[in-house]
Design a binder for this molecule. Sequence first.
Ligand SMILES: [Zn+2]
Ligand SMILES: [Zn+2]
Length: 398
Amino acid sequence: MTYLLHALTERAGEFIRLRRDIHRNPELAFDEHRTAALVADKLEGWGYAVERGVGGTGVVGTLVRGTEGRRLGLRADMDALPILEASGRDWASERAGVMHACGHDGHTAMLLAAARHLAEHGRFDGTLHLIFQPAEEGGGGALRMMDDGLFERHPCDAIFAMHNMPGIAQGHMVMREGPMMASSDYATITLTGVGGHGAMPHKAVDPLVAAASIVMALQTIVSRNVDPLQPAVVTVGALHAGQANNVIPASARLELSVRAVDRDTRKTLETRIRELVEMQARSFGTEADIQWRPGYSVLVNTQPETEFARQVALELLGPERVTLQGQPLTGSEDFAFMLERVPGSYVLIGNDGADTGPSCMVHNPGYDFNDGNIAVGSAYWVLLAERFLAAQEPGAAK
Ligand SMILES: [Zn+2]
Ligand SMILES: [Zn+2]
């Protein structure tokens, strides 16, 4: 597939400039108006039928060829983060305190580069949906697009996405079937007791002591209730109670972050946290109120679509640049919601430069997307679209 890599490398300059333009003008979740307009205008210019304003600032570009009925969705994300950039690049953010620190500028540019190539040279038979979503960074933009009828108006037989990753060589791809990214849930626990004088604890009900015991008891969930071979995290990130040394406070508050890389483990964590907090609180005579806020789901790549994506990556890059079954990560990604509705696969593409060395981690003020990926990433999208919309079955690409 050197022909395809060659063709997209020749055109990469245009999309590297576009990526840097988006980088200079970052926009936060659901505020991606400039980026969305830029994406929609480009797609329309290349002949795509475009729907704007899907789930807020989302954009869907559709291209139909031939008579074959298969439908493919490719997703990129467009939002930036509230970080003050310190990359030192010429194309650094011109909006103080807002930065493309997760490479979504690059994801958008890679999919646009593929969009142009597919419109001008694509050999496929079926329906191609290019989905540019808002608010991946905690805003749940994927869910908003789905609530707005994304898959009713633009049904897909399979859906794919790609994220860059520091710590992996540029242009190297990492695939994984099964759970790949963690769920992320949040809980606020309020313990109510009876305040009183610090000198007369027997006349009060002390929520602070109950809170301290609960913090320690929560540590036993991962060590005693979760399969030792399953990753899980229960972090108490905040504990607020009391103000003075001689006053027993009337209430205490705990804030929890809870993660799992398996749907059953996620349920176990919630069940055990609720049981443990309620019973511990009662044992101290306090009342517990638990506000559980579900965040992103576990991202689970389906087997046939992941095997299909592997064959595409192998054909494009060869075995030395493809990891067939990587490790799961404890980060979260709202593409997980799309994968609960439509089968598909999420892959990683390395961000470390051969010359520039290890990349700053995503969400670091010094991070920048590796422009070497524009050609490789867009070539992957083009080949995947041509194979998926030509083959009869996923996995038929050889
Ligand atoms: Zn991010
Ligand atoms: Zn990201």
